[in-house]
Design a protein around this ligand. Sequence first.
Ligand code: SF4
Length: 707
Amino acid sequence: MPRLDKGTLALTFKFDCDRFLRFRLASDAEKDSLGIEADTYKRPGIELIKAAGRRWEADKYQDLIDVSPPDAVEYVEKEEVDELVGRKPFGKVENLFEILRRETPPFAIIEAEFEVPSNITPGLQEAYDTYGLDTVRARPDIIWIRPGGTGHPLIGDPDPVPEFELHVIDVKMAAEPSLRHFTEVTYYALSLAAALAEQGLSDRYAVSAEGFIWPGSHDANAFRNLVREYEARGDSDPVTSALQDTLVPVPYEVYQVHVKQFFEERLLRVLEQRPEEASWHVGPKCQLCDYVRYCKQEAENCDHLSRLPWLNQGQAELLRQNGIATTQSLREAIRGSTTEWQAAEASSHQLRADRPALLVRAEALHTNEPVVIEGRRCSFMPAWSDQNIFITVHFDPGSGITFAMGAARVYFPPGRSQGDPPQTEEYVFVVDRVDAMNPDTERARLVEFVTLVSRWLEEVSDTNSRLPSADRVSSHIFFWDMLEVRQLRRMFERHMNHPEVVDLIELLIRLFPPDQVLPDPDLFKSQPGTIVKDVVRLLLGLPIPHDYSLFDTANTLFPDRNENGDLYRFQLPFGFSTPMSDQIPFERAYELWQDKIFLRHFDPRFPDQPSRWRPYTRDELYEGIKHATRVHLRALQHIVRRLREHYRDRLTLRKAPFSAAPPTQTRIPERARSLIAFEKLNVACQELENRQRRSLPVDEREAHFFS
Ligand code: SF4
């Protein structure tokens, strides 16, 4: 009997994949016949991440219990301590409706479970009747019970307003909740409203059309402190006031569409199909899916269109509808401009615009060679810069805390003789202790990192200030992925006002301003850094399926040979890389932070018996993270070097000599200065955009409707 549990629903929204849902609903016989094995066990330490999420939830429940009057919160605590979670976990409250029938209901109920009424949508009843779906049960983290009349919109808009309002709260460790979290809350609200009606309780209770997310925070005591603050100010209801400040509202109307679509369309469609028929498309979103190895293998076996990086599922579907179902047939169709391709192109402007890139990416997959996209140029990477700084950043997406940073520089100082090797330096910073999401150690490493990179930049700037303008040197910073720049900015934002950081960080903030800081127009215009993956995407097709990862790119872009003539490969030991991701797996950080190490050294003598492999020590793990960070830096340097050697004439950014001097302050009011900066930024943006458009070949410009 197929079972739709809480995790399946939430993860289907995350992966947005029919196959994922169908595989999760598959019977044991179906799983056996397909050989679908969940890959979770192959990521040692992943349990720590789940446990950290459960611990975060439990801590927030405990906060609420402790700040509320005795017996105001209804909950069940389990008898046994969960060693991984580090406390007794909370269990489910099974008598929700009995509690709601009391004369005075509690302030909140934690983990109350109830059956989802089949009438929340006709689709669910059909899933029960036709496909024998097991009864679906919902368990919101917290149901917050408030006296009616708060002014929040209520589901069903009842008149008169009932005595109580129920607000669904979902506790998440993520600092930035996503669609998946919002949809989950909406689903609970919808289900709870229907369940109240079914139980004859809707005269007394209504469900708020605004659910809430209780997001993660780097201050584990933030909520308790807030309650104390309100108490000190004499607030009449400090807990409610603190909750209102902490929670992120989820507008029901926006997300109910997704919930309805799930039950009325996706669930029924998927239940009707055999597991192998459900639609799928491997891409970067799959990186934490249990089935990623299975799907990648199948994609290779059938030459699935998802092997073409940046071709989305909708485009692939359109190609299939026009009789083009493999990357090989796409290659032939574009080359021969067949009627199938012409029909596909005519129905999608985007496919037409992407034609040159699609052809080259398909060619590369089949010739096993890098292929250049004819006519394209790249205006955001220089063919030469005297100082080259390479940066890599690895972080935990749950807490948003960085656990490893690497910086390397390759510098050709002015006045050097022909053939002199560059000055090179390389440093790695590991955040080795994090308690309860406290980012203090991250800040300490950030200070070291910022001091180092600023020193490199200021050294070049100082040198330039003493040289005639013709001899001055340039500087450029390279990242592999935009994700790393975003994380760096997030760290800047988190720590920039701290007394240990504020003075140090001024230059880097101007180079990579967080959202709340207005960029320095002159530095912005000089394009201080390049996302190298974007350059590869723009210029090349590579023999790499699904996504151009850092290591695969480095290993296919004219790799070095060792003294035996064998190709050198960038690779990491088992446990330090993961499919479809360029990040060091964040479970390594949790192992280090919590001193609970699951990782073992792969032993080729017992490849299928991980229990016989030797466990890592803490020192080995620490060194392993350092080593992995270094290999990332070196792979990035290799790619930049090869791009410059082989595609020099296509890299058109010209760098001016670097200056770290702050912008000249004119004697005009602050507001006017900001307006001028905005205006300059606007002009700079347009210039950069024009430059990139002009570097496209004429037919591509036409296809994109650029004049
Ligand atoms: S790996 Fe990707 S395509 Fe395969 S089931 Fe998971 S989400 Fe779907």
